[in-house]
Design a protein around this ligand. Structure first.
Ligand code: FMN
Length: 310
């Protein structure tokens, strides 16, 4: 045990972030291990062609089919040589259109990444609006396939009402305005939630020292590091199925940036806004009416997702 305390643990962090929000979350999570003497090496995932921020309306929707269909782009070569022996890997990602963001999906799908992750202990850290479960399942498929030991998942989200956060995230991503305006609050994960994410650091550090990560996820959940909201899951899981069809429909007309798909993307945009603001309130009414009969099944799904099971 003493030997373990004296050991300088090495944590390798892979992340992509446009606004810096995800990096702030990861730094907060790792502040305790960092201060306690762990070596933390940050590895940024950089697409060869940057996704400009803020987005234009067109560039935002242009990213939909490739995000949802998880079609990779070229990313700058990742050097794994200085982190080969890392004791723990942190994978930081954000959902784009209910799938892992294109840069992160491009990174995790690389053979070099798969080889590197094989047998490694992994913690995922997510910074989302509030719909991260479909992307979580998608990441899970990879981590299982690569033979990782998935030890924890911290998923932070915007706690405002779903409709409010749709409005504020558009204002943030497209107009570049994160702060509050008029009756709308600030967008994204709140500063206090980012600061509070530091509470998970000591549990991570203790797991490194004891070599026992078996109770880490339970502690993360107890401290609010990941939550399952059945009503959001209902909207997300239904949306995700249809979006797969929409992505295929647009991709029939061409790849990223192809003008031939502009019309279908416009159709998707109007469909999306109609679903969010017109159809989903009826969907939610259906959800609440049927919830008493489906509660057990939602509880089971929620438990499996939160505890990283099948
Ligand atoms: C193209 C795009 C699509 C997004 N789709 C989702 C989504 O499906 N679910 C969600 O919770 N957040 C979504 N977001 C919000 C991001 O997950 C993330 O919280 C935000 O972009 C800030 O991340 P950053 O760390 O890259 O700055 C989306 C953002 C972008 C840019």
């Amino acid at each position: 045990m003493n030997e373990e305390i004296n050991k300088k643990f090495h944590i390798a962090v892979f992340y992509y972030t446009q606004t810096g929000q995800l990096l702030d979350i990861i730094k907060s999570v790792l502040s305790f291990p960092d201060k306690s003497g762990c070596k933390v090496t940050y590895k940024e995932i950089v697409p060869e062609r940057a996704f400009a921020f803020p987005w234009s309306k067109e560039s935002f929707y242009e990213a939909f089919p490739e995000s949802r269909a998880e079609i990779p782009v070229k990313i700058k070569d990742m050097d794994f040589s200085d982190i080969e022996e890392a004791d723990l890997v942190v994978l930081g990602y954000q959902p784009w259109f209910l799938a892992p963001s294109i840069p992160f999906a491009s990174f995790i799908d690389q053979e070099k990444t798969a080889m590197y992750l094989k047998g490694k202990k992994v913690i995922t850290v997510v910074g989302s609006r509030n719909m991260w479960i479909s992307s979580h399942m998608s990441i899970k498929r990879r981590l299982d396939k690569y033979g990782c030991k998935w030890c924890g998942n911290i998923a932070l989200e915007d706690r405002h009402n779903n409709y409010i956060s749709v409005l504020t995230i558009f204002r943030w991503l497209i107009d570049g305005q994160k702060g509050s305006s008029g009756f709308l609050p600030a967008a994204g994960v709140s500063d206090s939630d980012i600061a509070n994410a530091a509470v998970h650091g000591e549990d991570i550090y203790n797991s490194l020292i004891s070599g026992d990560f078996s109770t880490l996820q339970k502690k993360i959940i107890e401290k609010g590091g990941a939550e399952f909201h059945p009503q959001i899951y209902f909207v997300e899981s239904n949306g995700n199925k249809l979006w797969g069809k929409w992505a295929a429909f647009v991709l029939e007309k061409g790849g990223y940036g192809d003008k031939n798909r502009a019309f279908r993307l416009k159709l998707f945009k109007y469909y999306l806004l109609t679903v969010i603001f017109v159809a989903s309130p009826f969907g939610l009414l259906f959800f609440y009416l049927t919830y008493p009969f489906k509660r057990r099944s939602y509880e089971k799904i929620g438990k499996n997702i939160l505890f990283l099971q099948n």
